[in-house]
Write a protein that binds this ligand. Sequence first.
Ligand code: IPE
Ligand code: IPE
Ligand code: MG
Length: 256
Amino acid sequence: MLKKLTELKKQLSQNKKDIELLHNENIPEHVAIIMDGNGRWAKRRGLPRVAGHREGMNVIRKIVRQSNKLGVKVLTLYAFSTENWKRPKDEVDFLMRLPERYLNKELPVLMEENVVVRMTGSKEDLPRFTLNAVENAIEKTKNNDGLILNFALNYGSRYEIIQAVKKLYLSIDNQTESVDDITEESLSKFLMTGDLKDPDLLIRTSGEIRLSNFMLWQLAYSEFWFTDVLWPDFTEEHFNEAIRVYQKRIRRYGGV
Ligand code: IPE
Ligand code: IPE
Ligand code: MG
């Protein structure tokens, strides 16, 4: 009885905190997260690294729900980088199975929550079963109009910029256009993020203070928030904390 009451109290105070945030107009539209620290989380428990990835997968559901609740429009999750192929084959194999595992379980919930699934990254090199799972989710959720859940999968920003430059080069019509027609907007269009607005807030867990080849172009004016918390330990409350910090930041974009 007492335990129930304490829990209820905790829930009420959590709701109140969420509402305080909800009524604030300054919710970041696009939040990007470098979900890092799964391996260390597992190692500290004497478990294989993949146990950390499994646990990390379960955190995604909570953060998707919380993003929806707060009115975030786009949530980008860095799930696999172009550099992560360097990991041992067993780990890569496990990571390639994760989208399937996650989406098999979560797709009904995502539909219920009106989420649109997207992917930013290179489809080349991804196994067929990984792509099938993602493409199926993209197709099934394409008519939803809620939160965009964008997975950065086999994504690397330098590669992305190179392929954008190549596409831009090929798109130039030599009759009517010149090199002067190349603008920030025209290049942005060919980035893998396409029409998605740049992230307002970048979160990285696990205490690493670096970008690891993530959205180098798109993060030019984003606010950064780093935490030592490992991704499998990340909760809605940490997410709220990041949003609160963001809400207090003053974005100048070079102005005064
Ligand atoms: C992040 O956790 C998940 C991926 C990169 C796929 P890590 O696997 O990088 O965990 P650490 O950084 O080794 O602890
Ligand atoms: C970045 O984390 C990639 C993802 C979270 C998917 P890493 O763990 O691969 O980054 P580094 O190697 O520590 O820079
Ligand atoms: Mg890492």
